[in-house]
Design a binder for this molecule. Structure first.
Ligand code: NI
Length: 177
């Protein structure tokens, strides 16, 4: 149970392919998830992936409350998602602002599939199977990208839409991730 250091863009560990979790409901997995929760809460993030704290496993957590300061955020239920598989539904792509705990102080406009079917498991091995859209779909795509070594700036189509949060949104309080 600890707040862990979040790796920042430039660290080669953020560019690696993460390995599937082989065993559920183990003490090691529960400690990892608690550390990810503590770190995400401390940094006021909307989600975090295990590789961001230097653990190369296919584990992400995310969740955004209804009163979040994240712009355009809908409610996204708190979720532990392990070994995720993503299937875009349709071809509709939507642009939206993203940030990342590994790219502190910046925001960029990233295209993401608008509708998404995703499956995976929670930390106990229970199956997760959801059809989502909008911000929820965006958060899942962002977090799962981390498992394949992809950071959101790599997906920005026009780098004119990438900058420092306090310059882009002066006077606004915006969540860190
Ligand atoms: Ni991120």
């Amino acid at each position: 149970m600890a707040i862990r250091t979040v790796l920042r863009m430039g660290d080669p560990l953020l560019l690696q392919q993460a390995a599937p979790v082989q065993a559920f409901d183990t003490p090691e997995l529960h400690v990892l998830i608690k550390d990810m929760e503590d770190t995400m809460a401390h940094m006021n993030g909307a989600g975090i992936a295990a590789p961001q704290i230097g653990v190369g496993l296919r584990v992400v957590i995310f969740g955004v409350g209804a009163n979040s300061r994240y712009p355009d955020a809908g409610h996204v239920p708190y979720t532990v998602l392990i070994n995720p598989v993503l299937h875009p539904v349709g071809s509709e792509v939507e642009d939206g602002w993203e940030g990342c705990l590994s790219v502190p102080g910046m925001r960029g406009i990233v295209p993401r599939y608008q509708r998404l079917h995703y499956t995976g498991f929670d930390q106990y091995g229970n199956a997760i199977d959801r059809l989502v859209s909008g911000f929820h779909a965006r958060v899942v795509q962002h977090e799962c990208d981390h498992l394949d070594g992809v950071l959101y700036p790599m997906r920005i189509r026009d780098l004119a839409n990438f900058g420092f949060t306090d310059v882009l949104f002066p006077g606004q309080e915006i969540q860190d991730d």
